[in-house]
Design a binder for this molecule. Structure first.
Ligand code: SF4
Ligand code: SF4
Length: 197
């Protein structure tokens, strides 16, 4: 765990101040990046995996011909991981050089079906997909610098006109709730006032 490293904890998560300072794009635009952060698949919580498998027939209906429609081929074997609520992580498989759920135009099918069915857009989307480039690592909310380093659009200095914090405010509210997010805002002010002295 990251207990020695970070001063602040919100909702049980340590906060790495890197989330305030790391440069990032102003907003994601899959028309430019083709959703390349999805090329490697993602680790889902076992509970998210189960929710996805419950609607497998609905997912298949919205997949295109670049995607594999056999649900048996969608996930890797489960593994223990304490950064997931259930304690078990299940990775999505890569097919045609991208996560099995990414379609050929760069949209996540899990988000697409929620949109098509008038649901909240993140209803079926794994939390680690919602958060990227934020990540929960060893109990701390931080930035996934390794994965970000592989990106060709959002990791280019000339495109990084914002910060992870500013770009991902809705995602942070989703993770921490309004109250937790307000606490994070206060911590950000404290952090900068201490570190700019
Ligand atoms: S995180 Fe980067 S690669 Fe992923 S959708 Fe946003 S801009 Fe595109
Ligand atoms: S589940 Fe969706 S958002 Fe997550 S990596 Fe796969 S395509 Fe991307």
């Amino acid at each position: 765990m990251s207990e020695q490293k970070y001063d602040k904890k919100i909702n049980g998560l340590f906060i790495d101040p890197l989330i305030f300072t790391q440069k990032f794009v102003k907003s994601c635009d899959v028309c430019i990046c083709s959703g390349e952060c999805c090329y490697y698949g993602v680790y889902t919580d076992k509970l998210e995996h189960d929710k996805i498998m419950e609607i497998k027939e609905r997912i298949i209906q919205s997949m295109d011909d670049s995607q594999i429609k056999d649900p048996e081929k969608w996930f890797e074997a489960p593994q223990e991981d304490s950064d997931f609520d259930s304690g078990i992580a299940v990775g999505t498989e890569v097919y045609n050089g991208k996560c099995v759920f990414l379609d050929k135009v760069g949209y996540c099918t899990l988000q697409k079906i929620a949109f098509e069915d008038g649901e909240n857009k993140w209803k079926y989307k794994p939390i680690y997909c919602i958060l990227f480039p934020l990540v929960i690592y060893e109990g701390a909310l931080t930035v996934d610098l390794d994965h970000l380093g592989r990106m060709h659009y959002c990791n280019k200095i000339e495109n990084q006109t914002s910060t992870v914090f500013d770009c991902c405010q809705n995602e942070l509210k989703h993770l921490l709730g309004e109250e937790g997010f307000n606490e994070l805002l206060k911590y950000k002010v404290e952090y900068f006032s201490k570190n700019l002295e």
